[in-house]
Write a new protein. Structure first.
Length: 237
């Protein structure tokens, strides 16, 4: 009983509440016709829920992504094919595909019914400006009756993966004159076959004499040992 009441929609629960009120008033007045109307209002949604729960629908779902890998800012087309494997005709189907929030809102479709052995197909677009790997699915299907009193939800287990890669921008090569303008003079005067390491010695830069370095090294070696020791032994503040 609790399962049947859980399958009722807002309209179906309203029918049950109105039927209870009418039946209660019919007993108090007493009014047999009002009591019959109350019983009819209560029985209609309960019978619809029982019939929808007993129906053995066998549905299959196939999802196709074209393309399954795309760059950020582009869109992919998702095609869902829903087939009825059983011999019974389905009722009203409310389909909703599970989509991450980064890809947009969840697409929803309404199918009036699928005959036994038939199939239906619907498409929608997906796209994202953020790179990553996203899981599409599973597809959720709600079976409703013609009066909108009952809604039973079912979900498939199959999912698909959409990969969004960073956007690639092709860079154009600058003109030859502008390239030569920003080149350094040393590189411009260097022959084409000269290695980079060898260009440091052939750049035309004059070498400094080694005499100054020798005099500095001699001056450092002539530093008194006591002066060095006094500097190292002085207490730090």
């Amino acid at each position: 009983m609790r399962r049947l009441l859980g399958a009722l929609t807002v309209r179906g629960r309203s029918f049950v509440a109105a039927g209870l009120a009418a039946a209660f008033c019919g007993l108090l007045i007493p009014e047999p016709d009002l009591l019959r109307i109350g019983c009819l209002l209560m029985a209609l949604p309960l019978l619809s829920a029982f019939g929808a729960g007993r129906a053995r629908y066998r549905l299959s779902c196939v999802r196709l992504l074209a393309p399954p890998r795309l760059a950020a800012g582009q869109t992919a087309e998702v095609t869902i094919q829903l087939a009825n494997v059983s011999r019974l005709r389905t009722g009203l189907l409310l389909c909703q595909d599970t989509v991450p929030l980064a890809l947009g809102s969840r697409p929803r479709f309404v199918l009036q019914g699928i005959a036994g052995g038939g199939s239906r197909e619907f498409k929608y677009q997906l796209g994202s400006d953020t790179r990553g790997k996203y899981t599409i699915g599973p597809l959720q299907v709600r079976v409703a009756d013609s009066f909108g009193l009952v809604s039973i939800s079912r979900a498939f287990s199959s999912t698909s993966t959409l990969t969004v890669t960073p956007r690639i921008v092709a860079l154009s090569r600058p003109p030859q004159r502008a390239w030569e303008h920003y080149r350094s003079p040393s590189r411009a005067a260097r022959p084409a076959g000269t290695p980079v390491a060898a260009a440091r010695f052939t750049s035309g830069r004059a070498l400094r004499p080694a005499g100054g370095l020798t005099r500095q090294s001699r001056h450092c070696r002539a530093l008194p040992l006591t002066h060095v020791y006094s500097m190292s032994a002085s207490p730090s503040t």
